[in-house]
Every structure is written in C-alpha cells, then in structure tokens.
Design a protein around this ligand. Structure first.
Ligand code: HEM
Length: 476
C-alpha cells in the first residue's frame, strides 16, 4: 500500500524534475556556440512561462533580490523571452551606444500595436532616423519656450484650484488630468472639450494598464481592451487634425502643426503623425503624473528643500511676481536644477528599456547572445552605491558641484533612442516645482506613501494631499 502511494507521488515529481532539467538544457542551447564565454548567472524559472509570474507578483522585489545576488548582469526568462538584465553605467552605455549594431528595438508585439507601428519607439533604422529627426523639430528650445508659457498657465490654475479645495485631494488622478491638459496644449495646440479630455484620460489609462498584455485580440482580453481604447484616442486626434487643417495658418506653434507642415512637404504621412501623437500623449500621461507625485512627496518630506527653493526665488525677485518664468529664468536657478535632477534620480518614472540582441557581444566576461532580449535598468543604476553615495537619501546637494553624472539616465542615456520629449518634460517639472512652491503649501495625508514601480513609478493609494494657499511675504 505505502510503496504504491510513494510511487504515485514519485512519478509526477520525477516528471517535473525532468521537465525543469530539459528547460534549463533548452535555455543553455540558446547560447551562441561561436563564443567561448559563459551565459550570465541567474535562474530561468518554469518551462515556457519562465519567471513571468514571479516578476508580476513580486514587482520591484523580483529585480532587487536578483540584483543583490548576481550583481550587474543576470539572466532570467520573462514574457516568453530569454532575457538578460543589465545595469552598471559602462554596461548600459555599451548597449545604448550600439543601437542597430549590437541591439535593436524589442518592445513586445502587443506594446508596439498599442502605441502604434509608425511611432518612433517602434521604428528602426531609416524610418527611426527620419521620424525622430522630424519630431525633434517640434521640441527645439524655441518651440519649448512657446509651450512653457502655456504650461505655466495650466499648472498655476491647477495649483490655485487645489488650494481652494478644503478636502483631501487624490493627487494621482488629479495630476493625470493636469499632465494631459499640459501635454495636449503643447502637442495639439488647443484646449479640448471636457468630454474629449475624459475620453483621452480613460483610454490612455486602459492602454497603459494593458501595455504588456498577451497578444490575443478577442473581446474581453486586455490586448483587445487596449486596442479599442487606442481607437478612441485616434478618433479625438483625427478630429483635432481636421480642425487644425481648416484653420488659417497664423500662430500655429504646436507639435501637431509642425508635423502637419512636414506632411505638406511630403516628409510624413498622416498615419505617422497620428502614431507619433499617441506616443507623445501616452509617454506624458504615464511619466508626468509620476514626477508630480514624487515631487509632492519629496518636498513635503524635506521642508528645508522647500525653504531653499523659496529663498532662491526671493533672491532672484521671482517669488512675488506673477510673471511666467522664462526658460532663461529657470536656467538661472541652480538650486532648482539640483532639486529636479534629484527627483528624477531618486524616482525615475520608467525603470528601463528593452532591446533585442542582433549580434553576440561581451559584457563583464559573459556572452550576451544574439536573439536574446536585453533589459537595461535605469532604476538599478540610480539605486547603486557605486554611482550615488547614500543613494536612498533624497539629497539635492549631491548635484551642487557635480553637474552631470553618466549614471543618471532618467531619459534613457545619450544614445539615438534617448527621450525626444526630454526638454519638454524638464520644463514641465521645473514649472511644477516652482509653481507649487510659490503658490501653495501642502501636507501628505500619509507620512510615507508607498509607490509601485512596475511598469511606471506611481503611488499605490492615489496620494491623498491637502493644499493651502501660501501667504506671500508682503501679506504676512
Ligand atoms: C516623465 C516623462 C518622461 C520620461 C521619464 C521619459 C523617459 C523616456 C525614456 C527612458 C526613453 C528611452 C526608452 C528606451 O530606451 O527604450 C524615452 C523614449 C522616448 N520618449 Fe520619453 N519620457 C517622458 C516623456 C516623454 C514625452 C512627454 C514625450 C513626447 C512628447 C516623449 C517621447 C519619447 C519618444 C518619442 C521616445 C522614443 C525615442 C526613440 O526610440 O528614438 N517622452 N523616454
């Protein structure tokens, strides 16, 4: 009786161990046999699903524990792909400097269809160069100077409205709406109707929630919901394009108008413009609220930082004035620069980027084989003692004498795939910090709010905050 029971237990266990061994064997067979170097250390989880569920369930802890165990480079198997995760400034630079030579874009198929096949992030080689160059024309210093005025107006109105409300405000949804209004003003050059804004917010959120879904387009799947939401965003964008084309030419200084003029000269097609606008709205609606929420938390936790910002504004005669700070004014505030850099260092909205290896190469004595996915990690790099002393401290003074640090890469380093919206985003963040400090004081409802970092760094509990009007010095 007992031996039978033991045998019936033993068979499935033996079969399971056999499958795991086969799986490890299979992963090892994906090595490049032309290279004598070993694969990086790491574990590859269960047959076929790898460590995908571990990653989803454990969130940031998944990466943190492996970073502690294996160091700069380790292998895993996530989202159906053998993957090597890399951090360390030199290692990341090797990857980002060798775009289209050693690595190429490798976002999952579902993500590419959700954001748009003609977007910049989804393009490669000639198409990528061309689209990126044309889009960049809409983010020159002169162009951002124009958006800056609208950004400040929208942010100031938002801050003053929040101060008028006596109740606790849920900052995550509120800063999402603020971010969308600000981005729409720069990208589309107009104020949308409330209904259009609501459609955009809800649809972009659905797209973000399902960005890494399984690529199955049948009703009810996450991917299908994201594609339906994408159609709603597209509908609003097409309405705005139609209106823009009917208006006379003068005073058109938004991103859409720049792109439409490139369409007239035959350089771009409408479908490319549509995808590039979705890409911009999508990046902004995910990244900017993350920065706003992190700013509100860090500054509330460090009142001395707020006092120094106020002092700097007063010393430059900018505290009492209601005039919008120009890009030159913002540039002339060194402590402000230390603060926004430290916010993006300690709380980068996006944790890293995916690439596919097209030619086997070496990092730290390991082979990074062709055909594998490489995930470079911004967050691991920012949270490393070797790069930033006492990295878990929020300390703007670390930027006092050091203006640049190659390990700092919230916008993806200096390669050909770095963030096109970087100048716009930094201006938004500068204006958000200055306006919040100038016009308001705020208290966190919870002293130490928790954030989740995957896929974007955002507060778990919507970030409840109470705002008050700041008494200006002359009226105190
Ligand atoms: C907080 C805000 C933002 C952050 C933190 C951010 C960060 C990043 C990062 C890390 C990358 C590189 C991704 C990779 O290596 O795979 C990237 C790429 C990109 N970003 Fe942003 N971004 C932000 C906002 C924006 C905005 C507002 C726009 C446009 C209006 C934008 C447009 C782009 C584009 C087009 C790319 C792809 C570049 C390429 O593949 O050549 N981003 N961004």
């Amino acid at each position: 009786m007992l031996p039978d029971l033991l045998l019936s237990l033993l068979y499935p266990v033996a079969l399971w161990l056999f499958c795991i061994t086969l799986w490890k064997h299979y992963i090892n067979s994906l090595k490049d046999s032309a290279s004598s170097l070993p694969l990086p250390p790491g574990t590859v989880g269960l047959p076929f699903i790898g460590e995908t569920f571990h990653m989803i369930c454990q969130g940031w802890q998944f990466y943190k524990s492996r970073k502690e165990k294996y160091g700069h480079i380790y292998k895993t198997h996530v989202m159906g792909k053998p993957t090597i995760r890399v951090w360390g400034t030199h290692n990341i630079q090797q990857i980002l400097k060798n775009e289209e030579m050693l690595v190429t874009m490798a976002w999952p198929k579902s993500s590419i269809e959700i954001i748009g096949r003609k977007s910049i992030v989804a393009s490669t080689r000639k198409d990528h160069n061309m689209r990126r160059a044309l889009y960049s024309r809409a983010f020159t210093k002169a162009a951002v100077q124009n958006y800056n005025i609208r950004l400040e107006e929208i942010i100031r109105k938002w801050v003053l409205e929040k101060c008028d409300q006596v109740d606790v405000i849920k900052c995550l949804p509120e800063t999402r709406e603020l971010s969308l209004r600000a981005t729409v003003s720069a990208l589309l050059g107009k104020q949308l109707k409330q209904k259009q804004l609501e459609t955009l917010t809800a649809s972009l959120n659905t797209m973000a929630a399902n960005f890494f879904s399984v690529h199955v387009n049948i009703p009810g799947t996450g991917f299908n919901q994201a594609m339906v939401a994408r159609e709603s965003v597209l509908k609003v964008i097409r309405e705005v394009i139609h209106e823009n084309q009917r208006l006379p030419d003068q005073h058109k200084d938004d991103v859409l108008s720049v792109l439409l003029s490139e369409m007239e000269s035959g350089d771009l097609k409408q479908v490319e413009i549509e995808d590039m606008l979705i890409e911009g709205l999508f990046s902004a609606l995910n990244g900017l609220p993350s920065l706003c929420c992190s700013t509100l938390v860090h500054l509330a936790q460090y009142p001395k930082v707020v006092s120094r910002l106020v002092e700097e504004l007063e010393d430059s005669d900018l505290m009492q004035s209601d005039q919008c700070l120009s890009l030159d004014d913002l540039k002339g505030l060194p402590y402000l620069e230390q603060v926004w850099k430290e916010i993006t260092r300690s709380s980068p909205p996006f944790g890293g980027g995916f690439r596919e290896v097209i030619k086997t190469f070496e990092l730290e004595g390991y082979q990074i084989p062709a055909g594998w996915t490489v995930l470079y990690s911004i967050r691991d790099n920012h949270e490393a003692e070797e790069n930033f002393h006492l990295h878990s401290d929020f300390n703007p003074d670390r930027w006092q004498d050091v203006k640049t640090n190659a390990a700092w890469m919230p916008f993806g380093g200096n390669g050909i795939r770095s963030c096109v919206g970087q100048r716009f985003t930094i201006t938004f963040l500068q204006q958000f910090i200055v306006t919040a400090v100038k016009y308001s004081k705020w208290e966190l409802h919870e002293a130490n709010p928790k954030f989740s970092s995957f896929p974007v760094l955002l507060p778990n509990a919507q970030l409840p905050v109470v705002f008050h009007h700041r008494k200006l010095k002359h009226s105190e």
